[in-house]
Write a protein that binds this ligand. Structure first.
Ligand code: CA
Length: 343
C-alpha cells in the first residue's frame, strides 16, 4: 500500500523538478538598456521609472565615479554627450576637448542638466537619434547609483514586484589609474542595499576581463558576498580565447553570463534566407553560461537586413539563437513580444 503511493509521490516530485527546471531554462528576460532610453533621455530616473512600468525584468545602470568618490549613473566617462557641461563649466575642459565626470564633484554634477544624447556638428548640437525625446526639452539630471537603486527598490515595495538591477562597472582601468577602485565601491553599495547572493536580482557586468577576475577572486570574497557576473564582449578580437572550443568553459570559472554584441550571436551578414547563428550560445549554455546580447533598437537604420521587423529580430535571437535575455532601448516591445509568444 505504502510502496506504490511513495513511488507516485516520487514521480510527482520528479515531474515537478523537471517542470521547474524547464521553466527556469525557458525564462527569457528583458533588460532595459539605460532605462527606456528609446523614449526618455538615457540613464535618467524618469527613463528608469518608465522601463519599470513597461515590465522590464532588469534595469541597467552604467556606473562611473566623481572626483569625490561618489557613484553616478552615466554611460560615458565624459559628460559631453548627455549634459550641458560645456555651457555650465566651460573652463573645466581637458586638453583633449572633453569634460570628464571624474574631474567633477557630485555637487557640481547635480548642477548639470541631462538631455537626449547629441553630437556636435559644425559647432551645433545634433541629437543622435532624431526620432527620440526632444533634446533640451523638460528637465532631467544625472542620478547617483544610490538614488537609482532606491527608486527601483521603492517601486518593488509599492508594487509588490521584484525587478532587478544590472549595473556595469565602466572603464575600471581608467578609474584605477586615477587611484579609484570603482568595483569595490559598487560591490559595497550593492551589499549595503541587500544584494549579497546569486539568488538576488542583480547582474554585475563589465567589459574588462581583468577586472571581472579581480571582482570574482578578490572583491566579492573580501566583502563576503556572491553576485552573478556578466562578461561583456564587444567583438571576437577583444578576447580571441573566449571563441575557442573551450573558451566558455574557461570563462565559466569567473562569469555566470556573457553580454555579447548581437552580431556575435547571429552574423550581421546573414540574409533572410540564410540566418547564420554562431556556436556562441550553444557553447555558452553547455558551460552553464547565460547569454544577454546588446543592443536591440527600433530607430531608423538600426534593424539588421536579415529581419523584416523588430519582432522578427527578437524571434530570431530569443528563439532561433536561444539567447536568455536582450538589452533593449525599447523594453515595452520586447515585453509584449515575449507575452504574446508565450500565450
Ligand atoms: Ca552598459
Amino acid at each position: 500500500m505504502y510502496k506504490p503511493l511513495f513511488r507516485l509521490q516520487a514521480i510527482g516530485v520528479l515531474l515537478m523538478t523537471v517542470t521547474l527546471y524547464s521553466q527556469t531554462q525557458a525564462q527569457k528576460i528583458v533588460i532595459a538598456h539605460r532605462g527606456a532610453s528609446g523614449y526618455l533621455p538615457e540613464h535618467t530616473l524618469q527613463a528608469k521609472a518608465m522601463a519599470y512600468a513597461m515590465g522590464a525584468d532588469y534595469i541597467e545602470q552604467d556606473v562611473v565615479m566623481t572626483s569625490d568618490d561618489q557613484l553616478i549613473v552615466l554611460h560615458d566617462i565624459t559628460l559631453d554627450r548627455t549634459t550641458n557641461v560645456a555651457e555650465q563649466f566651460p573652463n573645466r575642459i581637458r586638453d583633449d576637448g572633453r569634460f570628464y565626470a571624474i574631474d567633477f564633484t557630485l555637487d557640481e554634477i547635480r548642477q548639470l542638466k541631462a538631455s537626449e544624447g547629441f553630437e556636435i556638428e559644425n559647432g551645433v548640437k545634433v541629437q543622435s537619434f532624431a526620432n527620440r525625446f526632444p533634446m533640451g526639452a523638460s528637465s532631467f539630471s544625472v542620478p547617483t547609483l544610490a538614488e537609482e537603486i532606491e527608486l527601483i527598490q521603492g517601486m518593488n515595495k509599492s508594487t509588490g514586484t521584484d525587478i532587478g538591477i544590472y549595473p556595469e562597472v565602466k572603464s575600471p582601468e581608467f578609474h584605477r589609474e586615477a587611484g579609484k577602485d570603482i568595483s569595490t565601491a559598487v560591490v559595497k553599495m550593492l551589499k549595503a542595499y541587500g544584494y549579497t547572493s546569486k539568488q538576488d536580482k542583480v547582474f554585475l557586468q563589465t567589459f574588462s576581463f581583468d577586472e571581472l577576475k579581480i571582482i570574482h577572486d578578490e572583491i566579492l570574497p573580501a566583502e563576503g558576498v556572491e553576485l552573478k557576473l556578466i562578461q561583456l564582449i564587444g567583438g571576437e578580437s577583444s578576447f580571441p580565447w573566449m571563441f575557442e572550443v573551450d573558451g566558455m568553459d574557461r570563462l565559466a570559472s569567473f562569469a555566470d553570463g556573457i553580454g555579447p554584441e548581437k552580431g556575435l550571436v547571429i552574423l550581421r551578414e546573414s540574409s533572410k534566407s540564410n540566418i547564420e547563428v554562431t556556436n556562441l550560445v550553444t557553447r555558452a549554455h553547455a558551460a552553464n553560461i547565460q547569454v544577454h546580447p546588446y543592443t536591440y533598437r527600433l530607430d531608423p537604420g538600426q534593424l539588421p537586413g536579415y529581419a523584416d521587423s523588430f519582432e522578427e529580430l527578437l524571434e530570431l535571437h530569443y528563439f532561433r539563437a536561444d539567447v536568455d535575455g536582450v538589452f533593449t532601448d525599447f523594453p515595452d516591445r520586447a515585453v509584449d513580444f515575449l507575452r504574446n509568444r508565450n500565450r
